[in-house]
Design a protein around this ligand. Sequence first.
Ligand code: PEP
Length: 260
Amino acid sequence: MRDIIIAGNWKMNKDALQTAEFCRELKSRLSDVKAEHLRVIVAPAFVLLPVAKGALEGSRIEVSAQDVSSQAQGAFTGEVSAQMLASLQVAYAIVGHSERRQYHAESNELVRDKVQMLLQHQITPIMCIGETLAEREAGETEAVLESQLAGCFDGIELQTGKELVIAYEPVWAIGTGKTATSDQAQQAHAFIRNWLRGRFGAEIAANMSILYGGSMKPENCEELISQADIDGGLIGGASLKADDFVAMVHTGISALSKGK
Ligand code: PEP
């Protein structure tokens, strides 16, 4: 059975006080959540990871970094290594987010190196892929996904499929208020799972959670998560509001109770 994951990507939002307060609120409001196969994750800025970890101690909410260095250690000013994240018991790191690809020219090869580094330290990569509007309109969505998957997984071996999460994030839907329709999203997710089946085999493909990201909010979350191959969300804007984030966690729980 696949896990449903509700993950909040806070990007460059929330300072130390806001992070601590928000995490304490989530901890208290989600304290009675017992669902097996549900993972709840928040991704604050690097510098606030220990603040979030501290405020969430004793809760089931896990913490993710928003990126990681592709290098192990050394003269790489400003970078944060997988070893550093592991030393803080950070369980996840987002890699290949479209904002990193756009503003920092990150390539699939670089994303692959980051994935490798994270797996070596038993940190679960949340690997983002997705097409731009121009690529979708040119009918290139599947070709783009295929080339991102091939590049990001080049040389990567997996054991179970649970040690990595994919986030399908159509770039045109991120932070724009435009959501992919559930059909568009399901089609892309099914394509990704099929690709995984060809590359890693049926079991790994069936085990891997594939999240949707792109203006997910309480109003569209249920419809998206009810799709066969959508196993939760990587949520930006709506994850910054406690009411919305908690509502989406409950949507995940109710999807599980319906046999998802
Ligand atoms: C994201 O940044 O991963 C994201 C999906 O953002 P938003 O939900 O704001 O579109």
